[in-house]
Design a protein around this ligand. Structure first.
Ligand code: XIL
Length: 644
């Protein structure tokens, strides 16, 4: 059956309309332009300086290429290291690939490659390549990508280490970029075809400049700052508000007559630590005093941020991801919840309504197509609305993939919230090409891109049918060159959007704009075949591992398996490896076997089968010493699961 399906797909790929789409990609063969080369072969430091008083000298003791390299000695702090000005070399909005070779003179450490940029004296540090093990026995390559997103008066590339001040060598540093292709102007604008509701994209950094800005303005009539309005961006320290990241995006939206979704006023992530610290700087515990302080901070935050934008922001995600359907009351145990109960949600909506009376106020969450999650969110919204909390809208994130979820589950999600006096919005849609976290493709396979196109086609057809309920549909990104899925849930190249890494329309775009161009009538789930190059099976799973309590020497944990595939998982066997010598002493809702660090758990009679879209959880008690790291990888019946 599967072989047949693949054959049918292969035939389809060669068939008429898709060939044109695929051929357009192949023609866009990227030739990088090199803007920086430091090989030190001329015996000079080629513009490199120390970040402090360390010494830089070119020598022939070791070399990566040729005979010379740069030696950095006399470092007195880990942040000391070789630094080069790239002001005037790097242009705003261009994505550079930077490569550098590093080795230690003695011993070992972790090295990283970063950029320091300054605007009007304010410095920002951006990591290009994170901590990478380096030793004195060989050269290690650091390669990463960097896009300058702001106007700057200082821009330096530098190498530093994580823990020692040992001397190091640097060699063969290069920076290059692939020239942008002009955006296509001979294809319909998404917003002109999909007219039932505004269609938006989330943007970060430099995506409002150059070709990215052109693409954004051409196809979309709504915009969501992807990170710029989150608490860590707007109020990094208490009562100091900065809008330097968000203001240019909002100005772009205004200039192009686009709507703005404000994301987000309250979340458990990307919220600075000070928010949850008491008057003495200690982590807040659930006391009446801390509750009052936390709610006052929340009120102050919303008063400032929402007031700064007034009417410009037509919709706010007031609270984000508050549901945890595995809890008996359905509420996520965030610090917000453990300290204030439901009052943080009540306060957030009350204050937002007061400060931004004309804005639509949303409660936003992911996996709302999963029945248990959807129902928990529904119950909360009904309860709060009953109390008079001004919730205008339910936001469905829709981070989905090429084979999940079904259209019928998505339709059930939309139907569920009808008739309770809320608008609905699709707030963060993207369609990953991966169906499990064990997969990784160097380039997106054609069958996945086609399945993705069908998924976009079918989802947009559904959304358009539900135009009476839906008041906005936003994609979580503009093009495949910048997607959060490149590093979440694991690092690998993903391609979840309508435009490819060079901003050209993909089959996914045609799935939305003109499905006749992608042919076929296959449903998304039928069109995905497991790739031979991956270890993941056809079904999908997502595991949530939580330490629910911890004390010296012991802890309590909770592991949930969600079946994200389209068929039931029978007789599940969950496996993971403890990295810190932890040992399970007792487990409930299943049977455990542990051999050394390897743990395997099978279900109890009543939860051994997990229906599609369903989940099973086990709880356990275990011992630990030293550290208690969370296991990195989980498998269910041999398939690697997404880790949530
Ligand atoms: C993501 C951003 O896209 C990333 O750049 C950031 O590092 C992490 O957050 N659900 C949400 C969004 O509500 O705020 C998240 O955005 C993606 C998941």
């Amino acid at each position: 059956m599967r072989a047949l399906a693949r054959l049918a797909l292969a035939t389809l790929v060669v068939a008429v309309p898709l060939t044109a789409v695929v051929a357009a990609h192949a023609a866009a063969d990227p030739t990088p332009v090199t803007v920086l080369t430091s090989d030190f072969e001329d015996g000079t430091v080629q513009g490199w300086t120390g970040r402090s008083a360390e010494s830089l000298a070119v020598g022939t003791t070791v070399a990566h290429g040729g005979t010379h390299s740069l030696a950095v000695t006399g470092r007195t702090a880990t942040w000391n290291g070789p630094s080069l000005s790239v002001l005037g070399t790097f242009e705003k909005g261009t994505a550079y690939t930077i490569s550098a070779w590093v080795r230690m003179a003695d011993g070992s450490d972790n090295a990283r490659l970063s950029v320091e940029r300054r605007t009007g004296g304010t410095a920002t540090y951006e990591t290009v390549v994170g901590n990478t093990a380096v030793t004195s026995s060989g050269w290690v390559n650091l390669t990463g990508h960097y896009t300058l997103s702001a106007d700057v008066d200082f821009l330096n590339l530098y190498v530093e280490t994580a823990s020692t001040t040992g001397s190091l060598y640097l060699d063969d540093v290069t920076a290059s970029y692939v020239p942008a292709l002009p955006i296509q102007t001979d294809i319909p604008a998404v917003k002109d075809v999909v007219t039932e509701f505004p269609v938006g994209a989330a943007v970060t950094g430099a995506e409002i400049t150059t070709e990215h800005g052109d693409l954004l303005a051409r196809h979309f009539n709504s915009i969501t700052p992807g990170n710029a309005l989150k608490w860590d961006a707007t109020e990094p320290t208490e009562n100091t508000f900065t809008y330097t990241q968000a203001d240019p995006i909002i100005a772009f939206a205004k200039a192009h007559d686009m709507k703005v979704r404000g994301h987000t006023l309250v979340w458990h992530n990307q919220t600075p630590a000070w928010v949850f610290q008491d008057a003495n700087g200690a982590t807040m515990t659930a006391t009446a005093e801390n509750k009052a302080l936390l709610l006052a901070r929340l009120e102050n935050h919303i008063r400032n941020v929402a007031a700064h934008y007034g009417d410009t922001i037509g919709t706010w995600d007031v609270v984000n991801e508050v549901i945890d359907e595995s809890q008996s009351d359905g509420m996520r145990r965030s610090s917000w919840y453990t300290i204030t109960g439901l009052d943080y949600i009540r306060t957030a909506f009350r204050v937002a309504r007061e400060v931004a009376p004309s804005a639509k106020l949303c409660i936003n969450d992911y996996n709302t197509n999963v029945a248990a999650k959807r129902d928990a969110l529904y119950n909360l919204v009904v309860q709060l609305k009953g109390e008079g909390v001004p919730i205008d809208c339910v936001g469905h994130q829709m981070h989905v993939n090429v084979s999940w979820p079904s259209i019928s589950d998505t339709e059930a999600m939309l139907k569920k919230f009808e008739g309770i006096g809320v608008e609905q919005q699709i707030t963060e849609m993207d369609v990953s090409i991966y169906t499990g976290s064990g997969e990784s493709f160097p380039t997106p396979p054609a069958d996945r891109l086609l399945a993705q196109a069908y998924m976009y086609r079918d989802m947009f057809a559904l959304f358009r049918r539900y135009k009476a309920d839906l008041t906005s549909v936003t994609l979580w990104g503009l093009a495949d060159d910048n997607t959060w899925l490149d590093t979440y849930p694991v690092t690998r190249k993903d391609a979840p959007l309508l435009f490819d890494t060079r901003l050209q329309a993909k089959s996914a775009y045609w799935g939305v704009v003109d499905p006749s161009k992608i042919g076929g009538t296959a449903s998304p789930s039928a069109s995905v075949s497991p790739s031979a190059s991956t270890s993941a099976g056809p079904s999908g799973c997502a595991v949530t591992y939580k330490i629910t309590g911890s004390w010296p020497g012991g802890f309590q944990g909770d592991v949930k398996i969600a079946n994200t595939g389209s068929s039931a998982i029978a007789n599940w066997k969950l496996a993971w490896t403890f990295a810190g010598g932890q040992t399970i002493s007792q487990l409930w809702n299943g049977t455990v076997a542990q051999s050394g660090s390897a743990v395997s758990v099978t279900g109890a009679s009543w939860n051994a089968t997990i229906a599609a879209g369903g989940s099973a959880s086990v709880g356990f008690l275990a011992s630990w010493t030293g550290s208690n790291p969370v296991p990195a990888t989980f498998t269910v019946n041999g398939t690697t699961c997404t880790v949530l």
